[in-house]
Design a protein around this ligand. Structure first.
Ligand code: DAH
Length: 340
């Protein structure tokens, strides 16, 4: 066997080992060169044909090449393993000195936050926060508020009637009735809560929304008191002086009744989509409590009078954050809620 055959084979094998791109390619080299049917075993089969005096020397040479190539393969294999190990370490490396991200935390819904702020304002003015049932009697939701049976507010389209004559309350006003029944005069209460109407849904109508009712019953209560409390409320909510105007408005439970508008905060009164180009936005229904309402809850209207108001918390939140579609508020989309 010519030595050059062996040394050429060794050189070629070393070159393939050196340039192998990965463990798989290395394995192919091992099989083709050192494997049972590989080139080295082909050569060793030829040893038998050599003259006896050359056989031992050639065998030794063959073994030396075999061991050298095995060592080279092993070395290259180790190199691959080290690189892979380093890559894995780099990928899995964690900086233990970084502060932990902590669990994801929620926060108050913008309606809840506004509600809490208004509760703060009114409790500091001596009002009590009252709660009332969402499933309400027809009496509290309508009759006791001087809403006659043929009033359009009783129309089947507006009210969710329940079996047995109860309703899902259509406003928070029944809580003023419950307040009068429970405490009598003098009285200062607010009642935030969820209300329901059987509405066609669109950008400004939801079947479920939030209101806040307020009532003060005392001696010699006037519209001036009412305006004072409303301005205090709106200044606290919007954190600035707001311009208001009163328009006559009809609500069966107040006389006189008003709609209190504020200068549109989105356009500053210039006129925009939200205020329908008028510069004003209707915010609060209010008025002096109707004598019938006092009388029905056992309060003598000759001795006592009061004011009442009802505002849409949902609407106020929309104005405060310039939200132009009410459906975002209860839609449960975290991309929306996370902005607050
Ligand atoms: N309950 C009325 C509504 O839901 C709002 C309202 C208007 C409440 C005038 C009042 C009030 O207390 O005096 O539209």
């Amino acid at each position: 066997m010519p030595e050059t055959v062996l040394s050429n084979l060794e050189a070629a094998a070393r070159e393939r080992i050196r340039t192998a791109a990965g463990a798989e390619e290395l394995e192919r080299v091992r099989v083709e060169v050192l494997g049972r049917k590989g080139s080295l075993s082909e050569i060793s089969k030829g040893l038998g044909k050599l003259p006896p005096e050359e056989r031992a020397g050639a065998g030794r040479q063959l073994n030396a090449v075999k061991q050298a190539l095995e060592a080279a393969l092993q070395a290259r294999q180790t190199e691959f393993e080290e690189t892979a190990g380093k890559a894995r370490l780099a990928a899995e490396w964690i900086d233990l000195t970084l502060p932990a991200p902590g669990p994801a935390r929620g926060h108050l819904h913008p309606i809840s936050r506004l509600q809490a702020e208004i509760e703060d304002v009114f409790t500091s003015l001596g009002f009590t926060v009252l709660d009332g049932p969402e499933v309400e009697t027809e009496y509290h939701n309508f009759d006791a508020l001087n809403i006659p049976r043929d009033h359009p507010a009783r129309d089947m389209q507006d009210t969710f009637w329940l079996t047995g004559g109860s309703v899902l309350r259509t406003h928070t006003s029944p809580v003023q009735v419950r307040g009068m029944e429970r405490f009598g005069p003098p009285l200062r209460i607010i009642a935030p809560g969820r209300v329901f109407r059987n509405e066609e849904l669109d950008a400004s109508h939801e079947h479920t929304f939030y209101q806040l009712e307020g009532m003060m019953v005392d001696r010699d209560v006037s519209v001036a008191h009412l305006v004072y409390f409303m301005k205090t409320l709106l200044t606290a909510v919007f954190k600035r002086e707001v311009t208001v105007r009163l328009r006559p408005g009809f609500f069966p439970f107040v006389e006189p009744g008003f709609e209190l508008d504020i200068h549109c905060l989105i356009c500053g009164g210039q006129g925009c989509r939200v205020c329908k180009q008028s510069g004003w936005v209707e915010q609060i229904g209010c008025g002096l409590v109707h004598p019938n309402v006092l009388r029905m809850s056992g309060i003598d209207p000759e001795e006592w009078n009061g004011f009442a108001f009802g505002l849409g918390l949902t609407r106020l939140v929309m104005m405060r954050y310039a939200i132009d579609d009410v459906r975002y508020l209860q839609g449960g989309d975290l991309r929306f809620l996370n902005q607050f």
